[in-house]
Design a binder for this molecule. Sequence first.
Ligand SMILES: [Zn+2]
Ligand SMILES: [Zn+2]
Length: 156
Amino acid sequence: MAELYRPSLEDAEAICRQAGARLTRLRRQVMALLLAADGPVTAYELLDQLRAERSATPAGVYRSLDFLLAHGLAHRLDSRKAFVACAHPDHPHVSQFLICRRCGTAVEVEDDRISSVVGEWSRKLGFEVEAESLEVSGSCSSCRTGRAASEASSQP
Ligand SMILES: [Zn+2]
Ligand SMILES: [Zn+2]
């Protein structure tokens, strides 16, 4: 699989500065954990990793996550009740993910065509969109290749 671009903590800080917001210590730590994670992380996993931090109360972690979501630095995956760092936080966009059910990786895709089709249908039906996100579940290419290999080796 192609190496994905990952924004840095410095990118996140610059985005906050531009928005006139501040990446406080806890927000920064939560962001760093999301950036370092292999896949989506739940609030409880974050809390667990931040146990040494006094300010890391459940409410504090949720507030930090809300802040990161509001500034487009992270996305919430409703289907997994988990959070991921945004792959391209420099511009606003709809959350679109392909999520592997086997290894849990969530790859962010960005295709304006999906949103424009949603927009067309909403207009046609007089529907007012309040939140839009796409979460597609399935098997990623490495899990599929791994599975193909193990299936082949199990043949008599
Ligand atoms: Zn994103
Ligand atoms: Zn996978």
